[in-house]
Every structure is written in structure tokens, then in C-alpha cells.
Design a protein around this ligand. Structure first.
Ligand code: M6R
Length: 594
């Protein structure tokens, strides 16, 4: 939700900022803007639409500036509502990511004092309030202003008379890139990778002054503090398309590697977290979107391998449920680690007395500070808005955790655990085999791209995969899709089945397979085209209009393989429809608003 970049140093600030913003475009793409310090003034350019709308050639060459890419919350996407914002006297430029809850009352006061506003945004109040508090020292004015602001923010500003950046964070991510004779700020690491791999993560309440040679940070008590410099192990190539037409396709193809890296060193002993410390007799999974589907798959994995009863909650609902006496061990999934609903759910779970574990892909992300334990997925940066490799690696972590718990509880034998671990080792190769078949999968999508509605059905552990397949298709192909337990269609949705409504049925040879065959027969009898993804079977070849058989695996591991097929189905359907696959309309990669 909005990306911020700031630069001060010996390079052309405009170039550094615009290239950094391009790496953050996944955070929002409703408008973009840049402000650089010019000779005694501030040069500003901001436009509705994507970063490419900005004319880089017009930006004067100066050594400090800030930029922004927006996902609209308050005020529609427009030139006026684009960041940065200037104060009335055009001395200060500011960019903001987050939401200012009390902006209305601040704005009223500022209007009474004669300030003129140019936008409908909440963000603009900050720069006018700083102007009001400014008496020659921009840092002091900023510190005073922050005291009045309620809500979430990552903020960066420049003053026309100085080439320092003043930045702050509260519940919205902000990282400082440490260079030599230059320093950077950004909402996320990919914006920095062309210049530095050394970063300092700001904590909530931190305010920093960043000059080309110095970084000073004050904590929430206004004490000068040191924040550790950490080395990022991602490469620039990880954040680039490397010859693929879309990030999403690249990320789908990175899955064998991502699985490998996520199990690496964890099969002999999974010591990221000491589960023995906790008395785990029930588990609740909490997350949003694709990450919540990982939770639903997790429920089946944990109940099977560790015999632990589980529930799954969507983050935005969980915090409004009534607390009960039970305190299940709580596992929260968030690729970004910045999803506000999931962070709020983590706080709520703790408040209710639950021990909490976050599974995230982003080092030091906000959620890591809200939980007792953290496990990282090791998927590498995921830029495409549609989550792919991070779902796969979240599920991998679930297998590892469940095997560990099953062994510790004595409900899983050593031999069985070894069998599962061997299959985990084989999974990257099996995913590669599916990827080698991409042309076959692409052919399946011909009829899908012409459909208005598509159903996905699954049973047991593949029911959540049906949900995920439907979400992916909706998100990037803009085709209405719904996931159902296969047995549920006849309780209502059958009324929608016609010969123009394809059904993608996930049929894996577990204890529900015969029932699934029955369901496929019922769908075919309504003349809906049936596409089966699952285990090879003669009956399916007869019943289905089209099919793709996954490499052989134990049913409990089938969700991973089936899901890779569904990712490719969504991708190629969207491709045929010429959709903006990496940046689907109205969405952003990390959702930092409620
Ligand atoms: O970063 P998170 O895992 O917390 O994000 C949760 C959802 O916003 C995310 O999975 C979303 O549903 C994806 N765009 C789906 O592809």
C-alpha cells in the first residue's frame, strides 16, 4: 500500500528515486510522484497512473529527494491526490504511506488558520502541520507534528534548504539503506538493491535524520538509539524479471528453488522454533487471502500428521470475534509481514493469552515484532501481486512444523516422518516436471478465457486449493470464479451450471476419490465442461473434457502440485485476455489498511 523512496548523496536523486519506485510499484500504482531539492526551491512532478507517466528528463539533477507510488485510500486516483505534498510556502515536500485517523480534525484546525489544501488525502495534513510547527528547525517541527498524528505512517520529507531526509515510521514499513557518501530510505528492500545491501530497519515510533554521511535515529521516547545494520542476502536479479515476461511467471518457475531453500537444513532438525516450550493441544491459523488458504491446508496437515485439532480464521474477522477461554497456539501467515489485519490479529491473539508464531517471507517485517516466534519461508522476493511461491513455501513450513510436532507428541513414527521428509526432498523435481508441461497446461486455458464464470471444486486437503485456484483466476484474469467443496455444488451452485460454465475439479486418490468421481459425473451430466487436475485415472479420462495429471505423490503432498497447475492455468488465462498480470487493477501487494 504505497511505496516510498528517498535519496541523499552524490548521485542524480531523480534517477535513483524513479528506478527505486519502479521496484516498489507492486505496492500501489494509482499515481506516482517525485520531489527533489532544486536551487533554493523544490521541484515537484506528480501524475495519476503508473511511474512511467513521470517524465524523468524533466527532473533537475540534484542530490536529494523523495518519491511515492500510491494505492488510493482517501481520495480517488488523480494528479491532485498524488504525493508528494507541499506546504503552503512550498518549502517542504512530504510523502506518506499509511492512514492518518484524525486527519479531519487536524485539517479543520489548519483550514481555520488559513492553510490551503490541494488534495482530498489524509496525508496532506502532515505537511501543513509541520509548516505550522516550523520555526527554523525542520527536525524539531517534525517531532512536534508527530505527537499530534494518530494512525499509521511511514513518512519521508525534504526541506528546500537542506539535503537531509527526515523520516519516521509507525505501523508502516520503512528501511534505511546504508551507502558510502550516500544514504537511502524505502518502504521495502528491492528499491535499494541496485545501490546497497546494508540496511537498518526502523521500529515503530522511530524518527530519523538521514544525510549523505550520517544516520541518526530517535526512538519513541526521543532517545538517540542505534539500529543494527543488517546485510540482505537477496540479489538485484532476485528482484528483476530475468527474461520472463512477468514476475508472476518467474515466481512460479522459482518454486522448485524456493521449496529447496525452505527445507534446506530443516529436515535434519527444525530448530527455527523450540515447539517443546509450548503446550500445544490445539492450533488456530490466522491470515488473509492466499495466506489464509495456506492455513486451511495446514489444518489438514496438522490434523493428519500431528493429530492436533485446528481452526482457521480470516484475520479481518478474528479480532472482532468474542474471546473465549481457549488459548490455541496461534500461527499467523503473512508473506509481506505487513498486512494490517494480520498484525492486528496477532496482537489480539496475544491479548487473549495465546502463544503466537508468524510465518513470513520478509526479514524483520512488522509482524515479527508482534509474536513470540518467527519462521521465515525463504522464498526470496515476491514482486507479482498474485502470491505464488510464497504460498508454496508457507505450506512447506506447515509440513515441517507438523512433522516436528507429530514426532514430539509421539503420534508420528520415526519411519513415517522419514518417509514424509523423503517426499519433501523429491517435491522440487516434481514441480519442475509440471513446469516442463506448461504448453500442455496453456492449451487447457483456451476455453477458460472465453468463460464468464468458472467453478473450482475439491475435497478434503484439496478443497482449500480450489479456493486458492479461484482466487488466483479472479485476481489476475478478472473472471468470476468460486471455489467449493465438491459435495456442496448440489446444494445451490448447480443452478448456475450450463455448458458455458467450466468446472475445474481437483481429484486426488485419497479416501475421498470415489466420491469425487461421483461429483464429476454429476457435473458432466449438467453438460458443464469438466477439467480435472489430479492423479492419473482411467475413469477420469472417460468423464473429463480435459485433464492434467500431476506426478505421483502421497495425497497429503498433492496440494502443492495441484496448486502449481492452477497457478499456470490462472496465468495463461489472464495472458490470453491480455490482463496486467503483475499489477491487477485495484490491488496492491501488501495491504496495510484495514
Ligand atoms: O502479505 P500477506 O500474505 O499477508 O498478504 C495476504 C493477502 O493480501 C495476499 O495473499 C493476497 O490475497 C494475494 N494477492 C493473493 O494472490
Amino acid at each position: 500500500m504505497c511505496g516510498i523512496v528517498g535519496y541523499t548523496g552524490h548521485k542524480d536523486a531523480g534517477k535513483v528515486i524513479i528506478s527505486g519506485l519502479k521496484r516498489l510499484e507492486y505496492r500501489g500504482y494509482d499515481s506516482a510522484g517525485i520531489a527533489v531539492k532544486n536551487e533554493g526551491s523544490i521541484y515537484l512532478q506528480k501524475k495519476k497512473g503508473r511511474i512511467d507517466q513521470l517524465d524523468e528528463t524533466e527532473v533537475p539533477k540534484y542530490d536529494a529527494g523523495i518519491g511515492h507510488t500510491r494505492w488510493a485510500t482517501h481520495g480517488k486516483p488523480s494528479d491532485e491526490n498524488a504525493h508528494p505534498f507541499l506546504d503552503c510556502d512550498e518549502n517542504i515536500a512530504l510523502v506518506h504511506n499509511g492512514i492518518i485517523d484524525n486527519f479531519n480534525s487536524i485539517k479543520d484546525e489548519l483550514l481555520d488558520k488559513g492553510h490551503e489544501f490541494t488534495s482530498e488525502t489524509d496525508s496532506e495534513v502532515i505537511v501543513h502541520l509541520i509548516e505550522e510547527n516550523y520555526h527554523g528547525d525542520i527536525l524539531e517541527a517534525f517531532k512536534k507534528t508527530i505527537e499530534f498524528i494518530e494512525g499509521s505512517y511511514a513518512v519521508a520529507l525534504i526541506h528546500k534548504d537542506s539535503n537531509e531526509l527526515i523520516v519516521a515510521r509507525n505501523e508502516s514499513p520503512l528501511v534505511i539503506g546504508v551507502g558510502s557518501g550516500e544514504n537511502f530510505v524505502a518502504s521495502d528492500v528491492p528499491a535499494l538493491l541496485d545501490h546497497t545491501k546494508d540496511v537498518k530497519y526502523l521500529l515503530d515510533g522511530d524518527i530519523a535524520r538521514v544525510t549523505r554521511n550520517e544516520i541518526e535515529i530517535w526512538d519513541e521516547k526521543d532517545e538517540l538509539v542505534e539500529r543494527e545494520t543488517k546485510r540482505i542476502d537477496w540479489d538485484v536479479e532476485d528482484a528483476e524479471k530475468s527474461g520472463y515476461e512477468h514476475y508472476m511467471l518467474k515466481e512460479i518457475f522459482e518454486q522448485p528453488k524456493a521449496i529447496h531453500e525452505s527445507i534446506l537444513g530443516r529436515l535434519t532438525s527444525f530448530d527455527d522454533v523450540d515447539l517443546l516450550k509450548y503446550d500445544i493441544d490445539s492450533v488456530q491459523f490466522i491470515a488473509c487471502g492466499t495466506s489464509s488458504h495456506a492455513g486451511y491446508v495446514g489444518r489438514y496437515i496438522f490434523e493428519n500428521l500431528a493429530e492436533i485439532p485446528c481452526t482457521v480464521e480470516v484475520s479481518s474477522e478474528y479480532r472482532y470475534t468474542s474471546p473465549s477461554d481457549s488459548t490455541p497456539f496461534t500461527i499467523l501467515f503473512s508473506q509481506s509481514g505487513e498486512t494490517l489485519d494480520t498484525i492486528a490479529a496477532a496482537r489480539e491473539a496475544r491479548k487473549r493469552g495465546c502463544n503466537t508464531l508468524a510465518v513470513t517471507n520478509v526479514m524483520d517485517s512488522s509482524i515479527t515484532r508482534e509474536v513470540d516466534e518467527v519462521v521465515y519461508t525463504q522464498a526470496g522476493p515476491e514482486i507479482g501481486v498474485a502470491a505464488t511461491k510464497t504460498f508454496t513455501t508457507q505450506v512447506i513450513i506447515l509440513y515441517l512444523l507438523a512433522i516436528e510436532l507429530g514426532l514430539k507428541k509421539g503420534v508420528l513414527s520415526r519411519d513415517k516422518a522419514e518417509e514424509y521428509k523423503d517426499e519433501l526432498r523429491r517435491l522440487p523435481r516434481k514441480v519442475e516436471r509440471i513446469l516442463d508441461d506448461m504448453d500442455k497446461i496453456k492449451d487447457i486455458t483456451e476455453r477458460l478465457s472465453e468463460s464468464r464464470d468458472i467453478f473450482f471444486v475439491g475435497r478434503n486437503i484439496n478443497y482449500p486449493v480450489a479456493l486458492e485456484g479461484a482466487l488466483k483466476l479472479k485476481e489476475i484474469a478478472y473472471i468470476h470464479a468460486a471455489g467449493y467443496p465438491a459435495g456442496e455444488l448440489k446444494h445451490g451452485p448447480f443452478a448456475l451450471l450450463t455448458e458455458d460454465t467450466p468446472v475445474i475439479a481437483l481429484a486426488v486418490k485419497d479416501h475421498t476419490f470415489q466420491k469425487m468421481l461421483g461429483n464429476i459425473g454429476e457435473i458432466a451430466a449438467r453438460n458443464s465442461p469438466v477439467i480435472v487436475v489430479g492423479d492419473e485415472d482411467r475413469e477420469i479420462k472417460k468423464l473429463a473434457d480435459d485433464f492434467y495429471f500431476i506426478p505421483e505423490t502421497t495425497p497429503i503432498f498433492s496440494p502443492l502440485l495441484v496448486n502449481v497447475v492452477l497457478q499456470l492455468i490462472a496465468y495463461y488465462t489472464a495472458y490470453r485476455l491480455d490482463r496486467d498480470i503483475d499489477k491487477p487493477r485495484n490491488l496492491a501487494k501488501s495491504v496495510t489498511v484495514e
